[in-house]
Design a protein around this ligand. Structure first.
Ligand SMILES: CC(=O)SCCNC(=O)CCNC(=O)[C@H](O)C(C)(C)COP(=O)(O)OP(=O)(O)OC[C@H]1O[C@@H](n2cnc3c(N)ncnc32)[C@H](O)[C@@H]1OP(=O)(O)O
Ligand SMILES: O=C([O-])CC(=O)C(=O)O
Length: 374
């Protein structure tokens, strides 16, 4: 074997080439197919970003309308998926129910066994569309209610938010939700995307690769952090409470969810800054006293974590209060992360299949040798 290099957690290791995205930490820029993700969030829609990620370029107005109609037309979920979800134990974690649903969706796609970039794109758009419908209805189905069917007369984000909350969001709320979807849409090579690419590198299909990504995203060190952040804010109650809550945990050497990041390390995640601004605007416009209190708590904790640990918030930190003021049930925060990320994940599976090399690294063996079984 050539020179042995071992970096625990593959920290800093280049694991693949990609033309999809890159975190330029020095310039504080998340590059997505040449664009700054924050520019996309400020000026474009999530559907545009789906087109950019999966088809490779930003759609014009007409192309966006076609893509949006196509997504909404594909958003209906087979009735059997709801039946399977109803059979699962109600206490089962929402991400585990989602993982089961994404895995099962493959069985309803006639092209599932045809693994090539063209079919991946086709199946990928179905997943983007159907993941939103499944995620939005997870709570409703767990509670034994009928799922809300997608309404193609609404825009993609308006329909998604309506299926979640059961009421029409204001144009400002829909825009905020759309921005959050863009913020979550793609982020280079996080654990979940790496997991999807590793699975895809065996030439397994896009459903299998994305099922693995759901499993990865559930973890509190990754997507699960947004729900943990909200639990922390609610338990702490107010500004003094959050300060006490964090100091107690830091004294016990515990991690505070929503802070730190493998790549940004001791810098602010640009997406957290974007959603902080979004939250500030939304609660000010609405004169939302509870939202304003949450914002003050977040800012207080942000100052404390910087002073005590030199750590900054990541996207999950400000996404949590944004979802809360939009009236989204907390158990759907991580599933929504996945639904938004389907666009990026599909792009990575397409790319992996198009330029495949099986992932199969080696180990540094630390176990015994020479033992005799008898
Ligand atoms: C959208 C996303 O998925 S973003 C990630 C969401 N996850 C979270 O918010 C979970 C909380 N954060 C963390 O656990 C970490 O920061 C991670 C997992 C995101 C990144 O971890 P790593 O790159 O492995 O950083 P690592 O564990 O080496 O941390 C470096 C130091 O900072 C500390 N640290 C890192 N994050 C935190 C945190 N959130 N709270 C307290 N201390 C922390 C570590 O304890 C460690 O301290 P030490 O050197 O004294 O031991
Ligand atoms: O990049 C990471 O490691 C995690 C993250 O922020 C994301 O997936 O959005």
């Amino acid at each position: 074997m050539a020179e042995e290099v071992y970096r625990p957690g593959l920290e800093g290791v280049i694991a693949t080439e990609t033309a999809i995205s890159f975190l330029d930490v020095e310039r504080e820029e998340i590059v997505v197919r040449g664009y700054n993700l924050l520019d996309l969030a400020r000026e474009r829609t999530y559907v545009d970003v789906v087109g950019l990620l999966i088809d490779g370029r930003l759609p014009d107005d007409q192309e966006r309308a076609v893509l949006e109609r196509r997504l909404l037309a594909a958003a209906e979920v087979p009735a059997q998926i709801w039946e399977i979800l109803r059979l699962l134990p109600p206490r089962m974690h929402a991400m585990d129910r989602l993982r089961t649903a994404i895995s099962t969706l493959g069985g309803f796609d006639p092209g599932v066994e045809r693994v090539d970039p063209e079919q991946d794109r086709e199946s990928g758009l179905r997943i983007v569309a159907q993941a939103a419908t499944i995620v939005a209805n997870l709570v409703r189905v767990r509670e034994g209610q009928q799922p809300l069917a997608p309404d193609p007369s609404r825009s993609f984000p308006a329909n998604f938010l309506w299926m979640i909350t059961g009421r029409d969001g204001s144009p400002a709320e829909v825009r905020v939700f759309d921005q959050a979807l863009i913020a979550y849409s793609e982020h280079e090579l996080p654990n979940s995307t790496f997991a999807a690419r590793v699975i895809a590198s065996t030439l397994a299909d896009v459903y299998g690769a994305l099922t693995g990504a759901v499993a990865s995203l559930k973890g509190p060190l990754h997507g699960g952090a947004n729900e943990a952040v909200m639990a922390m804010l609610l338990e702490a109650g107010d500004e003094e409470g959050i300060e006490r809550w964090i100091r107690e945990r830091l004294a016990r050497k515990e991690r505070i969810m929503g802070f730190g990041h493998r790549v940004y390390m001791r810098r602010m995640d640009p997406r957290a800054q974007l959603l902080k601004e979004t939250l500030t605007r939304l609660v000010a416009e609405r004169g939302d006293a509870e939202g304003q209190k949450l914002l003050r708590m977040c800012e207080r904790a942000e100052r404390l974590m910087h002073a005590e640990k030199g750590l900054y918030p990541n996207l999950d930190y400000y996404a949590a209060p944004v979802f809360y003021v939009l009236g989204i049930p907390i158990e759907l925060y991580t599933p929504i992360f996945f639904a938004a990320r389907t666009a990026g994940l599909v792009a990575h599976v397409v790319e992996q299949h198009a330029h495949n090399r099986l992932f199969r690294p080696r180990v540094r063996y630390t176990g015994p040798r020479g033992l005799k079984p008898a």
